[in-house]
Ligand binder design. Structure first.
Ligand code: IMP
Length: 180
């Protein structure tokens, strides 16, 4: 049913599995003695973060923040609101922020600065997708699943108007879906 709205598949389910394995292994090597907090940015992080932490063979905590910058459309407003904050202190802790996609970089930059201000020992970013052409702030995620062109994508956590997050792959929406 959802598939009929998709123009093309950009990252297949199998490729997402491979990405989660590769990044999970890398994070395990780099953080195994650091008991990090993996901070997921709701709601888009959910499917990828779930798969990623299954591939991290080490002790870690998970936490979530809800930060919004998009308001049902397809362009970033640059307006950021924190509607759910962390439930734990980050002082002297290593933080890995887990995201579905980094576009302008504004959301992550604000969160990184906030967590550093709160005394985190280190803050890094792991993202399923990166759209570097969209960047308006100076930010390079340390762990990137796949770099994609400046296209609006949905699936695997990414939404259009809160829909399509449950697609098991990442795809490009047909134009007529958001031109309606
Ligand atoms: P940034 O602050 O512009 O980097 O925005 C990142 C957030 O914007 C992501 O967590 C997504 O929620 C949303 N976003 C950016 N690009 C897309 C896209 O292609 N599809 C769906 N959501 C997107």
């Amino acid at each position: 049913m959802l598939e009929k709205d998709i123009e093309k598949v950009l990252v297949s389910e199998q490729e997402i599995d491979e990405i989660a394995k590769r990044l999970g292994k890398q994070l395990t090597e780099e953080y195994k003695d650091k008991f990090p907090i993996v901070v997921g940015l709701l709601k888009g992080c959910v499917p990828f973060m779930g798969k990623l932490i299954n591939n991290m063979d080490m002790h870690l905590e998970i936490e979530f923040m809800d930060v919004s910058s998009y308001h049902g459309g397809i362009e970033s407003s640059g307006d950021i609101k924190i509607s759910k904050d962390l439930d734990v202190a980050v002082q002297d802790r290593h933080i890995i922020i887990a995201e579905d996609i980094v576009d302008t970089g504004r959301t992550i930059k604000v969160i990184m600065d906030l967590l550093k201000y709160r005394g985190a020992k280190s803050v890094s970013v792991v993202t399923l997708l990166d759209k570097p052409e969209g960047r308006v702030v100076n930010l390079d995620p340390e762990y990137i699943g796949k770099t994609i062109p400046k296209e609006f994508v949905v699936g695997y956590g990414l939404d259009y108007d809160e829909k399509y997050r449950n697609l098991p792959y990442v795809g490009v929406l047909k134009k007529e879906v958001y031109m309606k």
